[in-house]
Ligand binder design. Sequence first.
Ligand SMILES: [Ca+2]
Length: 100
Amino acid sequence: SKMTEMTPLEAAVGTLVHTFNKYALSEGKKDTLTKEELKNLLKGELPGIIGGPKDKGALDDIMNKLDTDSSSDLDFKEFIIFVAEIACVVHNICTKKTKK
Ligand SMILES: [Ca+2]
């Protein structure tokens, strides 16, 4: 099928879209993440990298930083910038590890 012909990067992009939609649909506007949805996404999908935000203040800080248009929710573009930042951190760690 078409799915099995996808490259790993194509599949990864599909996963990003699917994951965003899965959480965005649960409450509020269906195409944005509320703070609660962001909390659940971090806990459910990035436990090894971010961990659950330890307290409400930490979650507020993340939300405020990512919500660049101050709409009180995250659209896909705001979310994907966050993922890009995480990817850069992971890239730096991996690059340092493999460098002799
Ligand atoms: Ca926003």
